[in-house]
Write a protein that binds this ligand. Structure first.
Ligand code: OAD
Length: 257
């Protein structure tokens, strides 16, 4: 029996000989990948909703809402300053490196949409990447609206280099705010032949709804996660296990190596 899918160019793609969503020799050209905290867990960054989750010490409402920033700016700045500093203590793992390889070698369209605010995808070498929930290494000025690379602390109220207002905040999409780049993400989902979700609980919209959008648009859908997520039932296939094992294996399949 031949592969379930094939790439329409010169590269044969033997993914999914055992997948339940086989559709004959469907050509796969455009891939959208959604990643969440689970892909960075094995690098040492805590996920949000696990037993040792990031929110453990804080209620989400106390550190990740516009109201929290107004109520206790020092607490919110301190929370994200600590997380920004922690980036220097971790490195990309095999899953980030495998996606970076896919990004380099995949000849069709590919977009990695990450909910993560860490920089491990880009440090692994990925370039076709969007941070829909913002980035720790970026600051947003509430005065002029500018976004700028920021690797230091924000707790000491530095001035915005553009407008001089001392109103920089973490460039993180708080609950109740609109994620970045939604138009570009929606356009990619509309064209996707394959949607893959990696290391996310499927608890936070709009990202949690991408699988349905992709499916509705005719894409095959695959989940790679440590355990069943809120959205597992919506995927054509779910593979369970650590990202550092599942992702490199899947990338090998896709690239036919
Ligand atoms: P969660 O903490 O909700 O979910 C992490 C998922 O990763 C869970 O389903 C785990 O089972 C899985 N997981 C843990 N370790 C893993 C591993 N080694 N390999 C594979 N999977 C693993 O994190 P997210 O889904 O990313 O938003 O959370 C979504 C959003 O909620 C975040 O972007 C954040 C938060 O509110 C903002 O900060 C705006």
């Amino acid at each position: 029996m031949g592969p379930a899918w094939s790439f329409s160019g010169e590269r044969a793609m033997a993914i999914g000989t055992a997948l339940p969503y086989r559709r004959g020799m469907t050509a796969i050209r455009n891939i959208v990948i959604l990643t969440g905290a689970g892909i960075s867990a094995e690098s040492g960054l805590a996920t949000f909703r696990g037993p040792d989750g990031l929110w453990e010490g804080h209620r989400v409402e106390d550190v990740c809402t516009p109201q929290a920033l107004r109520r206790d700016r020092a607490l919110v700045q301190c929370f994200y300053d600590q997380r920004r500093a922690a980036l220097n203590t971790v490195v990309p793992n095999a899953a980030h490196r495998a996606l970076a390889r896919l990004d380099r070698e995949w000849p069709g369209d590919l977009l990695i949409v990450t909910q993560n605010v860490d920089d491990l995808h880009e440090r692994a070498g990925a370039t076709r990447l969007l941070h829909m929930h913002g980035e720790l290494n970026s600051a947003l000025c509430e005065g002029c609206g500018g976004r700028m690379r920021w690797t230091g602390s924000l707790g000491d109220s530095p001035s915005c280099p553009a407008c001089q207002a001392p109103r920089l905040r973490p460039d993180i999409v708080f609950f109740g705010e609109v994620p970045y780049a939604m138009e570009r993400i929606e356009a990619a989902l509309a064209r996707a032949d394959l949607f893959v979700s990696i290391g996310t609980s499927g608890a936070v919209y709009p990202a949690a709804g991408f699988v349905q959008v992709a499916h509705h648009n005719g894409a095959a859908t695959l989940e790679l996660n440590l355990d069943r997520s809120d959205g597992s039932g919506m995927f054509d296939e779910s593979r369970l296990g650590p990202a550092s094992v599942l992702v490199p294996r899947w990338v090998d399949e896709v690239l036919g190596s």
